[in-house]
Design a protein around this ligand. Structure first.
Ligand code: NAP
Ligand code: GLV
Length: 321
């Protein structure tokens, strides 16, 4: 009997999301399981038992009557949660060491960049000015991570080992060695008060949308060595109020920002973020999903599921992440 097919629905456009590249990887690791791209997948939808997706269009998954599992090819599932017709089958997200390590690299790079005053130093270099500023040790800087999940906990661990004073904020209560843990709305202000570099690794849900706004920035710590606090957002663009970020950078409520994600992606060419002197911008590639790693992760999960095993990293639909 032939195996249930896997439909690959990828909203491509960038190098990493080339459907051809993903198809080749899935064919290599799924052996005799048919890997179908649209429109082939939709010609015989009853054959499709699994879907591996990245930002499919709303309604795309509803046409498969025998779907058993949806695999999101990234960590964040906000695009899928917005689809009111999403079939009620387990939704698995990516939580693997490869992606986690990439995000930790991004977070460490940007925390160090602001801590070591790189924006100032590059500006001095361009102007050929030899004006050193005192460099404080990491132990003088408080970093606060919003979201102490798979990604936040790993970044917190590495930042702590470099010597930063690290705190984290989550929805539920947590205990993480070396990290001052805060949780829930009731402890948010205390977390912000001690945070000079704010790293956001939250999922985008109805509770977190636009949480990064002027009110929140105004509560951050401003009496440390850096002076004005710094924002680093690699979660989702929908977490941030972009007009507030620009206003706060301009009036000094924020000293600088590293932004990997935006409300509209690709970022429009006329966005003021492109040229803002206090912004370090990256095109949503803080932590890429590697097709080699993730096709194997999905193939392993399908084999285990068909052998009666439990799926890993299933999204809690009620929480939205
Ligand atoms: P995760 O393991 O699900 O962790 C999410 C964390 O956020 C958890 O600690 C959770 O609290 C906390 N949280 C959720 N809602 C909250 C709320 N209302 N108040 C306080 N804390 C809340 O997710 P992850 O794997 O770390 O990924 C996080 C996000 O990173 C993804 O959703 C995605 O949007 C983003 N991401 C971006 C890139 C990129 O390249 N820019 C790459 C990968 C992922 P609990 O621990 O109490 O549940
Ligand atoms: C990337 O943004 C992801 O969610 O994996």
């Amino acid at each position: 009997m032939s195996k249930g097919a896997l439909a690959l629905l990828i909203h491509g456009g960038t190098d990493n999301w080339s459907p051809e590249r993903w198809t080749a990887r899935f064919r290599a690791v799924c052996h005799d399981r048919p890997i179908l791209l649209p429109p082939e997948a939709k010609r015989d939808p009853a054959k499709v038992h699994y879907a591996a997706v990245w930002k499919p269009s709303p309604g795309d998954l509803a046409c498969f009557p025998n779907l058993k599992v949806i695999f999101n090819l990234g960590a964040g599932v906000d695009a899928l949660m917005a689809d009111k017709t999403l079939p009620n089958v387990p939704l698995v997200r990516v939580a693997v060491g490869d992606l986690t390590g990439r995000m930790t690299e991004y977070v460490v790079l940007h925390v160090l960049m602001h801590h070591r005053q790189e924006l100032y130093l590059r500006d001095q270099q361009r102007s050929k000015r030899w004006v050193p500023k005192f460099q404080w040790p990491a132990s003088a800087i408080s970093v606060g991570i919003m979201g102490l999940g798979t990604l936040g906990a790993d970044a917190a661990d590495v930042l702590g080992r470099i010597g930063f004073r690290v705190a984290g904020w989550s929805r539920s209560k947590k205990q993480v060695d070396g990290v001052a843990c805060f949780h829930g709305d009731g402890q948010l202000d205390a977390f912000l008060r001690r945070t000079a570099i704010l790293v956001c690794l939250l999922p985008l849900t109805s509770e977190t949308r636009h949480i990064l706004n002027r009110d929140l920035f105004a509560k951050l710590k401003r009496d440390g060595p850096l002076g004005a606090p710094v924002l680093i957002n690699a979660g989702r663009g929908g977490l941030q109020n972009e007009a507030d970020i620009l206003g706060c950078l301009d009036d000094g409520t924020l000293g600088a920002a590293s932004l990997d994600v935006f409300a509209q992606e690709p970022l429009p060419v006329d966005s003021p973020f492109w040229t803002h002197p206090k912004v370090v911008l990256t095109p949503h590639n803080a932590a890429d999903t590697d097709p080699d790693e993730i096709s194997k992760y999905v193939a392993r999960q399908i084999e285990n599921f068909e052998a009666g095993g439990v799926l890993d990293n299933v999204v809690d639909r009620a929480r939205g992440y």
